[in-house]
Design a protein around this ligand. Structure first.
Ligand code: ADP
Ligand code: MG
Length: 383
């Protein structure tokens, strides 16, 4: 369906919502955003903004009434309302039932197990005490990874427990799961897209290099520095996963390449993803346009890369909190192949995602060298 009058409702108006609305603009699609704050990042680019809470049943129900199609830019939305809107005949992508599985890392892991999709071995626990008991009984051994079942993001909700004293100061409270610590050689992500005609398109794998302190992806390289065979296996797995979830739209699949040559699914996100930002400047079709094509059941775009790229998340400097200022932007923009994306957040805070930079080059390595320069030049600080 291609329509410039159909109302596309987006739950969430953060940076992903902003970039989704920007992609909708050249086609004059009618974007409507639901977000709690009237000056959220998407506010300047959506056609309509409804102030409200996407976590609240009433707000989502009210927002959905006059929409033709509903989608998300964040997982933590009210799925009860989305289920009812779907039952009332609205198109909702991703489908609420799949979203509910993904919202809960415990259900997500069980889903992989049932479908025989490769993932690190795990066990669910009612709370942290039950996990500690399992360790004391010798059923689980350190090191292990503990994950909160819900509401985790950017490493919050994940604890790597290595030593007995970690049980005293790192343990997460509440329903959780324990996971075997994977011997990671590299973390990669593959973004898949699917439309209602069951067409699937997959982007090349990206390599995620993490910030040692913030648990956020610091540099992201595309193409990933892996073999063509590994890339093909990862792409095939992403296609299998999006079909298993029966999702229309995007599905970002985070994976671990292990030292023993395995590819394990870590977790998925049914929406545009941090690991696809570079596609705006370095792919034939950006992930945002692809999401729109997929949810509108339009033909999917070419996922090929036009040039190698590195994406650098612009995080608020440690020790800086308050109205934001960007230092060194002019110097960074002097380097050829530097694309600056600021999200329009008024306030910075340590490690807050304030923007990103895509740096293109002849190879991932060449782009990475420039990205390291950009990282030194460009600082997000408080005024
Ligand atoms: N089983 C595991 N083995 C080793 N490292 C892990 C494992 N699970 C998670 N991690 C590390 O923790 C990070 C965050 O975990 P993830 O489940 O992706 O949480 P988030 O929702 O915060 O992204 C991963 O990117 C990886 O670096
Ligand atoms: Mg993750």
């Amino acid at each position: 369906m291609f329509s410039t009058t159909a109302k596309i409702g987006i739950l969430g108006g953060g940076q992903l919502g902003k970039m989704l609305c920007e992609a909708a603009s050249p086609w004059d699609l009618h974007t409507c955003v639901l977000e709690t704050s009237a000056d959220c990042p998407a506010s300047t680019v959506c056609k309509e903004l409804q102030v409200g809470d996407f976590r609240k049943y009433e707000d989502v129900m009210a927002f959905g009434q006059d929409k033709d199609l509903l989608t998300i830019e964040i997982e933590q939305v009210n799925t009860k309302a989305l289920r009812e809107l779907e039952a009332a005949g609205k198109t909702v992508h991703p489908r609420p039932a799949a979203l509910e599985i993904i919202q809960d890392k415990g259900l997500q892991k069980q889903f992989y197990l049932e479908r025989e999709l490769p993932t690190a071995a795990f066990e669910l626990f009612e709370n942290e005490q039950a996990l500690v008991a399992a360790i004391q009984e010798g059923r689980w051994k350190l090191p292990l990874v503990q994950k909160a079942r819900t509401d985790g993001y950017d490493g919050k909700g994940v604890a790597i427990l290595r030593r007995p004293e970690d049980l005293d100061n790192k343990l997460l409270q509440g329903p959780c799961l324990a996971e075997v610590l994977a011997p990671i050689r590299m973390e990669i992500a593959v973004i898949a897209a699917r439309n209602a005609n069951d067409e699937v398109a997959v982007y090349p794998p990206v390599e995620m290099d993490f910030h040692p302190e913030a648990n956020l992806v610091e540099f992201l390289l595309c193409p990933a520095r892996i073999s063509p065979l590994e890339a093909a296996r990862a792409e095939a797995l992403a296609e299998q996963v999006i079909r298993a979830f029966d999702i229309c739209g995007l599905l970002a699949v985070e994976m671990f390449l292990t030292t023993t040559g395995e590819i394990l699914i870590n977790e998925v996100a049914p929406r545009p993803h941090n690991s696809g930002h570079h596609s705006i400047d370095s792919a034939v079709t950006s992930q945002y346009q692809q999401h729109l094509r997929a949810i509108c059941n339009l033909p999917l775009g070419d996922t090929a890369q036009t040039r190698a790229a590195v994406m650098l998340n612009l995080l608020g400097e440690a020790g800086h909190k308050g109205p934001v200022r960007y230092e060194g932007a002019a110097e960074a923009l002097r380097i050829p192949g530097v694309y600056l994306h600021l999200y329009g957040k008024k306030m910075t805070a340590p490690f807050r995602k304030m923007g990103h930079v895509t740096i293109t080059g002849h190879s991932s390595e060449a782009a990475l060298q420039k990205a390291q320069q950009v990282k030194k030049l460009l600082k997000v600080i408080a005024q």
